[in-house]
Design a protein around this ligand. Sequence first.
Ligand code: ZN
Ligand code: ZN
Ligand code: FE
Length: 759
Amino acid sequence: MFCGKIHEVFNIIGGKLTRFRIEVRGIVQGVGFRPFVHRLVGRHKLAGWVRNSSGGAELELEGEEPELRGFLRELRDEAPPLAVIESVECRELSGAGGYEGFRIIGSDRGESMRTLVSPDVGICQDCLRELLDPSDRRYRYPFINCTNCGPRFTIIRSVPYDRAFTSMAEFPMCPDCAAEFADIENRRYHAQPDCCPVCGPRTFFMDAEGRRLPGDGIEAARRLIKGGGILCVKGLGGMHLACLAENEEAVRELRRRKHRDEKPFAVMCRDLDCARRLCEVSEAEARALSSFRRPIVLLDKRSRGELMHLSENNALGVMLPYTPLHVLLFGDDLDCLVMTSANLSDTPIVYKNAEALEKLRGLADGFLLHDREILTRCDDSLLRVYEGRDYPVRRSRGYVPYPITIKGLRPGMLSCGAEQKAGFCLSKEGHAFPSQHIGDLKNLETLDCYEEQLRHFAKLFDFEPVAVACDMHPDYLSTEVAERIAAERHIPLLRVQHHHAHMVSCMADNGLEGECLGLVWDGTGYGPDGTIWGAELLAGGARGFRRLGTMRPIPLPGGDAATKEIWRTAEALRYEAGLENNNGTIKKLLERGLNCPKSSGMGRLFDGVCALAGIRAECSYEGQGAVLLEAAADAGERGEYECAFYGEGGVTVFDWRPMVRQIASGGEAPGTVAAKFMNTLVSMAAAQCRSAAEQTGLRRVVLSGGVFQNMYLMARLPERLRAEGFEVFTHSRVSPNDEGVALGQLMILEAEYVSGGTA
Ligand code: ZN
Ligand code: ZN
Ligand code: FE
């Protein structure tokens, strides 16, 4: 993939050049880039050398000018799929090089090799063809891979990335594989996990009683699925539980066993055609689905109200097979399987064979396992396609541990993220490395996994923190980890306000510097005043922020209980708006202010309105109120409710009380209420931004926070702000939800560190 510019190249070789130096910046190591260069050089009869450098690769080449021109064009157009070329710079060298042919030489600094490790890569077209070719020696071999595909991050024990330091170490290559590995013309040249049926790992099937069946087990697994059973199948970064998606009874049984009553399941479709039968698939979505990263893509169902046993909202998470084993599991006759992470509510994904057989006993009716060990857990990534780009929800397999390039970023920064969607981030020169999705740290096993990954990343990237950042929330377990690291290493610790971090995360995501406005809507975050924030309009940048807008806080009767029993929040809205309450006990709590912590979290307003609209009184998973409200909304509804504000200490506060009175008195259909409510929020945001722009002169707005996973809002709010003359920026490299917070913390830490505040 080429995403940058070739600087001045053609001007420079416009003359009589015969020799020059080329610097390629980007991700070009361990992705088959040097063999690719070798092939191009042969094609154009050039001489010289190539070597890895800290920023990518360097070359010196000598040859005839038209050939050099062709080389550069092909370097750009035919780069290997896993390479990310950010720029190519070219400079003339005087005199003859005296090269003897073309050589691949050692790195300029051995250390630089450590900076980049490839993520896991979905099966490529070449391997897929061989997999299904009866004359190929890897016909139906579930571990076929090459330089362009296969496991990477999840099988690496330590660096350098070399078979000996992966879980392939226990499978010595047979002579045939070794010959391919050593041949620069071969598409398996230096493919560390290369293997075949003679020398590589094997699959096997274990039944529910733990008895191992003879053979590769694939047919047994297919029989189980076709019979309506639930299969545990080992993937790249962990185990999945799979069953036939169209078999409602099997899906219901899976929900029952997993204690997952309503939360949507993702499915794996055999191919794009199958995905198109279930959902609308745009060109950009088709590209995302089939990219080597093979994420789960949230697609709009063909029609509302369908496939409700899989997903209760208008979208369905769909992915395509990404390992050869998945392809064989589908065979010729399966179309669509539920594929859900094998774990018990909120614990990390199960990834070891023994662990699967023990913990998933009773959950799975059979196990399709293999003897290549997964060394690092990595869940499936989840994204939307928004305005033609990735809009990440969960950045994990296929992405991690690729860095996010941030010009000038200094090394040694570590940020510990939030808590419920935990993830850390560390920096090397010019690169931020976010961890994979880790989960909710309140679970002890997840916390262990978080700390283990911190150590693993530090080792992989040869990382020593010089400063550490965490959330301002005193009780987050990630805060505790950060405090411990700071104390042990005697390095400075910076506590970053949650929504400030969200905002700066979106700025970094878009490469914005200086100051801008940040509209940050989420469920909950600790404010510097000790109250809960979450519907914020901030102004500022990495160096600091001011709060310019928020919403009237909602008292939550019973505290945390109100996030599940959202009817409590609806009662609070009624009470505050001066309406009659339906529940006397709750009314008393509110009157006395007993156990009623106040929250300005936008997520809570969604909960309350969801219950007020009669859509749902209780939630079974986090964010369900907002999900159901979005699903219910009547897309054609243009109306809105009264949008009131009051000022408080220089902050424009959205007053939802008039809106609540209108909703309560209206007798409108739930779909109308949902749409009018969100339309009101769009107007509210526009009014707050207008007023903030008058005060600050800032016209750039970044949108961040979990609420912006709501596509009803995303289809309307940016458009509205643009119409009012704002420049709007949304996420495309990290998630708007709390997973993305670590990147913002990192940038704020760096700014503080540079200015000497933490030193
Ligand atoms: Zn391949
Ligand atoms: Zn072999
Ligand atoms: Fe948040």
